[in-house]
Write a protein that binds this ligand. Structure first.
Ligand code: FES
Length: 344
């Protein structure tokens, strides 16, 4: 009798079904020597997979992380990445080829019809499925062919090892690398570096910043540094905001004489997790981060007045040069950007 399936449509009557035998038997079906040869080929593929996995581990240990290699079409790339990618890729490929070869040459070949039923099978079907699985296990020869079983298990046991070392690299730095705090403590700002507007890329005079106004800006040497070193981190760390208020509205600064005629410069990167900020309320002098609503009082040393940020917004000391353009007095005096590194 037909049954109703979840889609509301009647399932087709189950046809009388018997697995079809091979019309043309494979060589391995009739020639035991061919079957043994195929068995050895499968084992060799699994063995090669294990070898490539070991090569990946050796490459990780032996190739320095900064070693380079030049590839046709791709140009210079990291030698370690190439070695890991090739060896681990070949390890996975050999496992796949071995399984396919095993299925094509040694496992029984028969037609299979998948019927559509309710999601939960009947107890009889479940028992039949278990019986079919056990029959398949027998048919695959997994139990009877120890050479294939052991080589496959060996290759699979080794395969997760490169993942362990790759994951380990996600949270460790190479030896001698700067700590996050050290990297964020230094930017390309320096004494005498002019402040240029972010959009027009022109040096800024004090009269370009109106009272209550906010200007996004960068150091004048940004393009030099970026072009010379391909270093986009420089831009991420050096972005600043200029705001101007009446000098008598300034409650406190992070250093004496760090502002110029009511103009103050602050990092543009939130000290919570590093979102760029440009929401400024001129009446309260509050700077609001759109990501998690941290609020900084720029009239009071950039201190946090609300939200999850745990550190004030770093201030850049500024003055004007002999031509009347706003310049930095020095680099920032404390790390810019997110403060995750304080949770040691
Ligand atoms: S990044 Fe600014 S509040 Fe979270």
């Amino acid at each position: 009798m037909s049954e109703i399936v979840r889609s509301g449509q009647e399932a087709p009557e189950e046809p009388d079904f018997a697995p079809a035998e091979h019309v043309h038997p494979r060589r391995t079906d009739v020639d035991p020597r061919a079957a043994r040869r195929a068995e050895r080929q499968v084992a060799i593929l699994f063995g090669l997979s294990a070898v490539f996995t070991l090569v990946a581990l050796a490459a990780y240990v032996l190739i320095p992380v900064d070693a380079g290699v030049s590839l046709p079409l791709a140009g210079p790339v990291g030698a370690l990445n190439v070695a890991l990618g090739l060896s681990f890729g070949l390890a996975i490929l050999c496992i796949g080829l071995g399984v396919i070869h095993w299925a094509r040459k040694l496992m029984p070949g028969s037609e299979v019809v998948a019927q559509r039923h309710e999601l939960r099978s009947t107890d009889e079907d479940r028992a039949a499925a278990v019986a079919a699985f056990e029959r398949g296990l027998d048919d695959s020869g997994f139990a009877q062919r120890p050479i294939i079983r052991r080589s496959l298990l060996g290759a699979l046991a080794l395969m997760p090892l490169p993942l362990v070392i790759i994951l380990r690299d996600l949270y460790t730095s190479p030896p001698n690398a700067l700590s996050p705090a050290e990297q964020l403590s230094e930017t390309i700002w320096d004494g005498g570096v002019r402040v240029v507007s972010d959009i027009a890329d022109r040096p800024i005079r004090p009269e370009d910043v109106p009272i209550g106004g906010l200007v996004s800006a960068n150091p004048e040497n940004l393009h030099e540094v970026e072009e010379a070193a391909g270093n986009l981190n420089a831009r991420a760390k050096a972005a600043i905001l200029l705001v101007r208020m009446r000098p008598d509205e300034i409650v406190s600064e992070q250093g004496e004489g760090w502002s110029y005629e009511g103009i103050l410069a602050f990092s543009k990167i939130c000290t919570h997790v590093g979102c760029p900020i440009a929401l400024y309320e001129q009446r309260t002098h509050h700077l609001l981060c759109p990501c998690h609503q941290s609020t900084f009082d720029l009239a009071d040393s950039g201190n946090v007045v609300f939200g999850p940020a745990a550190r004030r917004m770093p201030q850049l000391p500024i003055t004007v040069d002999e031509e009347g353009f706003i310049v930095a007095q020095s680099d920032f005096q404390e790390p810019v950007g997110p403060s995750f590194w304080e949770r040691g």
